[in-house]
Ligand binder design. Structure first.
Ligand code: ATP
Ligand code: BTN
Length: 242
């Protein structure tokens, strides 16, 4: 990382390109202790791509499967929003309007186009993994719930350019995260589409249903549950629409 004149931080990306890997997040975690901040792992295919809670992430050729190693002063769960905002902006750069489904998905017209998976070791490193469906087909069983950029644009996109934009956007939002996390969260509130909707949030076996009122500066979701305010911290929570 270099310190730019005005005191803002800028990330220098160093890209490791792989044909095939189990998971770019796994790979990044393996090398993170000995790699500088800004190391990027990108693979054409993942054989064991995963989402949260070890769920399978379909990663055939044509998609963007990427993980970046960051070394913020403090590993903060709000890093997930750096990935989500960067993805929303990148999609906009290619003419696609999308929104954040708190806490870690990006959706277009009711379907998931990207997911963000953050992992890390406190005090050492964070790995920010992003899976974005670009030119890849979505698996048959996900046809109703997932979508690719190519389905929306009607023509193949230059994967390299998508990566370039994504890294540019990631650098920008990472800077905001470091300097003004409150501004990052203000943008998340603007870019999410869940506020005002009735949602069911499940964490472990506990489920709560309420109207999504706000996303607070610490990243948690504020719900109105039968007239009572309830704050849901994110972590491995699932959110469904009711
Ligand atoms: P929630 O985040 O509310 O728990 P989720 O279904 O999005 O719901 P995640 O763990 O965030 O759960 O994401 C993993 C899920 O994403 C998988 O279980 C699968 O349904 C879906 N999925 C897997 N591969 C893809 C893909 N390439 N594109 C879109 N969705 C996918
Ligand atoms: C989710 O929606 O649960 C998150 C999906 C994250 C998928 C990306 S693809 C690149 C990186 N490597 C992985 O194995 N997962 C993330």
């Amino acid at each position: 990382m270099v310190n730019v004149g005005d005191g803002a931080w800028d990330v220098r990306w160093k890209i490791i390109r792989l044909d095939e890997v189990d998971s770019t997040n796994e790979y990044a975690r393996r090398i993170a202790p000995d790699s500088p901040e800004g190391t990027v792992v990108v693979a054409r295919r993942q054989t064991a791509g995963r989402g949260r809670k070890g769920r399978r992430w379909a990663s055939p050729e044509g998609g963007l499967w990427v993980s970046v190693i960051l070394k913020p002063p403090k590993v903060d769960p709000r890093l997930v929003f750096v990935g989500a905002l960067a993805t929303v902006d990148t999609l906009a750069d290619f003419g696609i309007a999308s929104g954040i489904k708190w806490p870690n998905d990006v959706w277009v017209n009711g379907k998931k186009i990207a997911g963000v998976l953050t992992e890390g070791k406190a005090g050492e490193y964070a790995v920010l993994g992003i899976g974005l469906n670009v030119n890849n087909p979505v698996p048959e069983e996900l046809r109703d719930s997932a979508v690719s950029m190519i389905q929306l644009t009607g023509s193949e996109l230059p994967l390299e350019k998508v990566l370039e934009r994504l890294l540019f956007r990631l650098g920008g939002w990472y800077r905001v995260f470091l300097a003004r996390p409150d501004l990052l969260m203000a943008k998340v509130r603007e870019r999410t589409f869940i506020l005002g909707m009735v949602v069911k949030v499940t964490e472990d076996s506990a489920t709560v249903t309420g109207r999504a009122l706000d996303i607070l500066d610490d990243g948690s979701l504020l719900l109105d549950v039968d007239g009572h305010l309830k704050r849901v911290m994110y972590g491995d929570v699932s959110l469904r629409f009711v």
